[in-house]
Ligand binder design. Structure first.
Ligand code: ADP
Length: 413
């Protein structure tokens, strides 16, 4: 289209045979460059195979520039001053447009300028006197200006293409890394959950049969003690396996929560009654204050909310001091329902508090007498987050801790 416009505009001013040659040269090189572009697209060469294509592109640009320069070169002898100005203007504007398309490859762009303008400059120089030489100088200055401006835009375009390229590569790397991490995490979750299933069945048998044996009247007191130890160890192992299974399920995104309006008072009362035997065993006083939650309701999954509270309460009992107490309370905090468990226990040293929600981190209690798995709180946190709530705690070493959960309030329907 551009070729037709230019040749058409200049047609009346110059001999038709020269215009035809010019037109043919332009259309021919344009067609050849189009074929080259198609071949390049089909070959879709990788970075190692690009070099010959770069050379072909250079030759194409050179041929393109030469074919644009050919017409003015042929016509300059017949041209008056106005026509000459028109020819120079045509070539300079074509070169300016070529800058935009050829800038990514600077050598091709420079080849285009030289091939388009140099023959005309030489021909004008040859044709005559002082003013022609000045015109030649102007064209050479034009080539120089184009080279400088072109190099600059070439550099900018290359930089932005490289930045785009490396951004694309970084995005691709990140995607691959995420995929790998997801596959690894899925494999880990699947392994953990199948292992946990395999372990639970024989463990239930160990616990069940040791309970049966323990009830046998005929065995000695010492044997009963030993059987009691087997049962206790079995129970501990079972709770570890159950917790691991829970965590694996949560991490695999398979935690199913049924959110509904839950009456706060009933979940608090049930948690207290379930935990009471443990509190009695440890000689811990259980206190409760349900005054403020007579009619309150939260949006939660009942069973999992109870699991959260039981985890808070059992920790508050386990990590308490002799004759200590645990207080379960409720209040509304900034428009949210806050249920909290306060204990008068050993507290958590400030420097360990950041690790509290790390899986399998018992904050140094591993060797102590209190049994635990170190994953209760991370499970609790995931459940609370899954219910759209928040979890937190405050603790002072030697004084006690308060663990709390905040959930959206709900209207009981
Ligand atoms: P577990 O109790 O099975 O070890 P958790 O994930 O429930 O695992 O708790 C992680 C750790 O946080 C515990 O090992 C304990 O060191 C500390 N912790 C949790 N609750 C309390 C609490 N109420 N008082 C003091 N320390 C606590």
């Amino acid at each position: 289209v551009v070729v037709c416009v230019f040749v058409g505009l200049l047609w009346p001013l110059f001999p038709p045979e020269k215009s035809v040659i010019w037109f043919a040269a332009l259309v021919g090189t344009t067609a050849l460059r189009f074929v080259l572009w198609m071949a390049f697209k089909r070959a879709a060469p990788g970075p190692d195979e690009i070099s010959p294509w770069r050379k072909l592109f250079f030759v194409g640009a050179l041929a393109g520039g030469a074919s644009w320069g050919l017409g003015p070169f042929l016509m300059v002898q017949q041209a008056g001053r106005a026509e000459l100005a028109l020819l120079i203007g045509t070539l300079l504007s074509v070169c300016a447009v070529a800058t935009a398309s050829l800038a990514p490859q600077r050598s091709a762009m420079q080849a285009f300028y030289v091939a388009a303008l140099a023959p005309l400059a030489v021909e004008i120089w040859r044709s005559g006197g002082k003013s022609e030489r000045i015109v030649t100088m102007v064209i050479l200055a034009g080539i120089a200006a184009l080279m400088i401006a072109g190099s600059r835009s070439s550099r900018l375009i290359r930089e932005s293409m490289e930045a785009q390229n490396s951004l694309g590569m970084a995005v691709e790397d990140a995607r691959k890394a995420r995929e790998q991490a997801e596959t690894a995490s899925r494999a880990k979750s699947e392994f953990l959950s199948s292992m946990s299933h395999e372990l639970r069945t024989p463990l239930n048998a160990v616990i069940g049969f040791s309970q049966l044996l323990g009830e046998d009247e005929e065995i000695s007191a010492e044997a009963k003690d030993n059987i009691g130890e087997i049962e206790r160890a079995g129970m501990h192992l079972l709770s570890l396996v159950n917790n691991v299974l829970d965590l694996a399920r949560i991490e695999a995104g398979k935690l199913e929560l049924f959110l509904e309006p839950v009456e706060v008072k009933s979940v608090l009362a049930e948690s207290i009654s379930l935990i009471a035997p443990l509190a009695r065993k440890h000689n811990i006083r259980l206190e409760q204050n349900f005054d403020k939650c007579e009619t309150a309701a939260v949006t939660a999954d009942y069973v999992h909310l109870r699991q959260v509270l039981l985890n808070f309460l059992s920790n508050a009992i386990k990590y308490n001091r002799p004759q200590g107490s645990v207080h379960l309370g409720y209040r509304v905090n900034h428009g949210k329902a806050r249920i909290q468990v306060l204990d008068t226990g050993i507290g958590i040293p400030a420097h360990k508090q950041a690790r509290i929600f790390n899986a399998f981190d018992r904050l140094g209690k591993e060797a102590g007498p209190v049994e635990g798995t170190g994953i209760g709180l991370i499970i609790t946190k995931r459940i609370v987050e899954g219910m759209g709530g928040a979890i937190g705690f405050e603790s002072v070493e030697g004084r006690g801790s308060t663990f709390w959960v905040e959930l959206p309030l709900s209207d009981i329907t």
